[in-house]
Design a protein around this ligand. Structure first.
Ligand SMILES: Cc1cc2nc3c(=O)[nH]c(=O)nc-3n(C[C@H](O)[C@H](O)[C@H](O)COP(=O)(O)OP(=O)(O)OC[C@H]3O[C@@H](n4cnc5c(N)ncnc54)[C@H](O)[C@@H]3O)c2cc1C
Length: 480
């Protein structure tokens, strides 16, 4: 029986960079659902935040903590910003090309919540796609795609590997270490910007195995999303647009955001999202992203993904205003880990990237800090694994699995997405949260498949955490 040094669940930036950090001499298996590019990393637009220079490290730390609304773990943030510069320089040394300005030096842009320009980008607004492509080209390890991890083979505090569903059959894969890099929870919300494969099942599984999730009420809603395209994944309009001059206006061209915060469109995401929500409700007016400050040729070169995607949807940019709405975007909360990515309560199980909660984002993520988190904490987890002398006797598990999907699950899944959007979304009410909790419990008692059950468990934790936190804080906005 083959025993890998590590199994990595997920082929986004966290999973692929973990694989790269192992080196060729280790036996590593990466597993992902669907195609390797169906991940949030691939869709990241704006770029990666990184301290501009030595002096900026402290400022980046403070910006992250300010936006994180008192919930950040300072130590985690210090690691993110200190190791972040090293991680990005390492990526550049490995051959990755960030965009450069006309003078040939790296071009840094600004996004909301950052007190200076410190976002590096690639391919204009195709930063994630370029990074994913680079990491895939660099990858030396086995990658099993079209494969869903349905169980963690855990006994006591030890994880022996994973059970995988692939082309109609289940198979167990064994490893000395297992790293969960499966991303956030997008698909449990009706409107979201995430890849199809991102559905929060691993978070539910961790709960069933006795692990902990932290800060699950902290869900980030991106303020500028075009939600009228077909398909579950909605069209994001990156924060960098506002950083470089886009306005948010209503039907009367009023820049109403200044009535909520003096930073206007450059306020942190939670403020912009809840202000748009409130303005729409109060005035019954549509809200738009106005790009009129951009010159056409510059716009096409700097934001080609948005230019062409929106062209396909009938918009002529930058002339046309785009109707926008907030949509679910990013999970600050996740599987509770220590600063080396080790999942609490287990000996050889790690979680990195968006699925994890090290406390680095607190109650609200500073824009473009998540790709950086993926790079920094994947490396730390691998360093920890490589320096650890933990040994155990491997146990063989049955390959039998429960039914993954049952008749009727699709309808209930859609109901859950609607409930989560309406009641556990941008603005929450206690009574609605309580009703949602009751309905989730009712569905959980029914005859449902395992994948839906795991989504429901994750959703339940979001709702319970939202009920538990009585005051609005960070991304959690509650009206009693
Ligand atoms: C549209 C968009 C734009 C963004 N822009 C930015 C940006 O500009 N800057 C920034 O810093 N952040 C940005 N973000 C956030 C950032 O992209 C993500 O937080 C980050 O890429 C997450 O990386 P990850 O490796 O943790 O997970 P992902 O890249 O989401 O990868 C998750 C992987 O896990 C796999 N997986 C999931 N469940 C299972 C399972 N059960 N079995 C097997 N495999 C599984 C998936 O197939 C996938 O391969 C953006 C996000 C979106 C959606």
């Amino acid at each position: 029986m083959k025993i890998y040094d590590a199994i990595i669940i997920g082929a986004g930036i966290a999973g692929l960079n973990a694989a790269a950090s192992f080196g060729e001499d280790k036996e590593v298996l990466i597993i992902c659902k669907e195609n390797s590019w169906d991940c949030n990393t691939f869709y990241a637009q704006g770029g990666i935040a990184v301290p501009y220079d030595e002096e900026d490290i402290q400022v980046h730390i403070e910006d992250t903590i300010n936006v994180g609304a008192t919930l950040c773990n300072r130590e985690a943030v210090e690691i993110l910003c200190r190791d972040g510069r090293v991680a990005v320089d390492d990526l550049i040394d490995r051959g990755f090309q960030f965009d450069k300005g006309e003078d040939g030096t790296l071009h840094y842009t600004k996004e909301a919540g950052h007190s200076r320009a410190r976002i590096l980008h690639a391919g204009g607004d195709a930063s994630g796609r370029c990074m994913h492509h680079f990491l895939m080209q660099e990858n030396q390890h086995a990658l099993l795609y079209n494969s869903t991890v349905t169980d963690l083979l855990i006994e006591g505090e030890i994880c022996h590997g994973v059970r995988v569903y692939h082309k109609g059959t289940f198979r167990n894969y064994y490893a000395k270490n297992t790293i969960i890099a499966s991303g956030g929870v997008g698909s449990i919300y009706k409107y979201h910007t995430n890849a199809r494969s991102i559905s929060g099942e691993m978070q539910g599984l961790i709960l069933e195995k006795g692990g902990k999730l932290r800060d699950m009420e902290m869900m980030q809603f991106h303020p500028t999303v075009f939600i009228h395209n077909k398909g579950a994944r909605k069209q994001l309009l990156t924060e960098a647009l506002r950083g470089e001059g886009a306005w948010i206006v209503d039907e009367d061209k009023k820049r109403f955001l200044f009535e909520y915060d003096k930073r206007g469109p450059l306020s942190p995401r939670n403020i912009v999202s809840s202000s748009i929500f409130d303005w729409k409700k109060k005035t019954h007016k549509q809200v738009f992203l106005s790009l009129k400050n951009f010159e056409k040729e510059f716009f096409k070169k700097r934001f080609p993904t948005i230019y062409f995607n929106m062209k396909d949807l009938g918009f002529k940019l930058p002339a046309d205003e785009i109707p926008i709405s907030p949509a679910f975007h990013y999970a600050m909360g996740g599987i509770e880990t220590n600063l080396d990515g080790k999942v609490l309560n287990f000996k050889n199980l790690y979680a990195i990237g968006e699925v994890a909660s090290t406390g680095v984002h607190g109650g609200n993520r500073l824009a473009s800090n998540s790709l950086l988190e993926g790079l920094v904490f994947s490396k730390r987890a691998v360093d920890n694994i490589c320096s650890s002398k933990f040994n155990f006797e491997l146990k063989v598990f049955s390959q039998e699995e429960e039914v993954l999907v049952k008749d009727g699950d699709k309808v209930l899944k859609d109901e859950l997405r609607e409930l989560m959007w309406e009641n556990a979304g941008i603005v929450r009410k206690r009574s609605k949260l309580e009703q949602t909790l009751q309905r989730i419990d009712q569905i959980l008692e029914g005859d449902i498949g395992k994948l839906l059950r795991l989504r429901l468990k994750t959703s339940r934790k979001i709702v319970k955490s939202a009920i538990y936190r009585q005051e609005s804080l960070g991304a959690h906005y509650i009206l009693n």
